[in-house]
Design a protein. Structure first.
Length: 162
């Protein structure tokens, strides 16, 4: 298969290229991507340390939020008991319950936000580093559709001139 430039207007003087030739030239770009092993190991260790620090901070924040949530729910329970005992008027009870429910929802949303795993981000970063080191060998062993997919991941907004 041959490719040629249409110049977005029709005919262009740029010569035609065979698919294999374009594929080879694009593959050469991948050949130059290489992360030395010692740098790769250092990056992976740094990612692991950052992941552990993030997990520790997340656990601490989450524990604080869960304490706040328990306190709000205790207030709600106590307020309900006070209402039943006639210690507080109905309008006060409704106003405070509305405030407490809003606070409860905000805290619960914050807790749910911590459920997103940072481990997935670290794993993606590690896979990206490994892919960078193996890009050329992978490129050589894949069919043209897989090669195109790999190139789209590595070469954002790639263009060819002459």
């Amino acid at each position: 298969m041959y490719y040629r430039c249409t110049g977005y207007r029709g005919k262009c003087d740029t010569p035609r290229f065979r698919e294999q030739e374009i594929s080879r030239k694009l593959g050469e770009i991948l050949k130059n991507i290489n992360i030395p092993d010692e740098v790769l190991i250092a990056l992976q260790e740094s990612l692991d340390r950052d992941d552990q620090r993030t997990r520790t901070e997340t656990a601490s924040h989450r524990a604080g939020l869960e304490k706040r949530l328990a306190a709000v729910r205790r207030r709600m329970d106590q307020g309900y008991q006070d209402k039943l005992d006639g210690k507080i008027p109905e309008d006060f009870w409704e106003r405070k319950m509305s405030e407490w429910r809003g606070e409860e929802q905000q805290i619960q949303m914050a807790i749910d936000g911590f459920r997103e795993s940072t481990a997935d981000r670290v794993l993606s970063a590690k896979k990206t580093l490994e892919l960078a080191n193996k890009a050329y060998s992978l490129y050589l062993t894949q069919n043209s559709a897989e090669q195109a997919k790999l190139l789209r991941m590595v070469l954002l907004n790639c263009s060819i001139d002459a």
